[in-house]
Unconditional design. Structure first.
Length: 117
């Protein structure tokens, strides 16, 4: 993998399994790493998906190139979830950070019909 950069992300409103599945559908291979965690790998990243099932975190390395970030953003921005991530260089300098807030939409409560008799 070319130039490795440290990646850290946390997610909300999505399960670890759904996140893993989204990455698998977009060139990553996933393998169980024990304890319900996953290793996610492709040609330009080596990521580890861990944490609680409904509040996962992701750590690892990826190559910081514009095309790679477009792929990453395409996956993350299509999922109904909140997330934040940080990308650091080898000297721990912050290269990029992104924060996406998400509030799930509650189904509209049906109004009670009051018919005058």
């Amino acid at each position: 993998m070319p130039d490795k950069n440290n990646f850290f992300a946390k997610f909300s409103f999505i399960s670890k399994t759904a996140l893993k599945d989204a990455f698998e559908m977009n060139t990553w291979t996933a393998s169980r790493a024990g304890g319900g965690h996953y290793d996610l790998k492709n040609a330009w990243s080596d990521l580890y998906l861990e944490g609680e099932e409904n509040s996962p975190i992701m750590t690892g390395n990826l190559s910081w190139e514009a095309a790679n970030l477009r792929v990453l953003h395409n996956i993350l921005d299509r999922l109904p979830m909140g997330y934040s991530y940080e990308l650091y260089d080898a000297e721990d300098n912050l290269l990029l950070e992104k924060d996406r807030k998400y509030e799930p939409v509650e189904p509209a409560e049906e109004e009670e019909e009051t018919a005058a008799e």
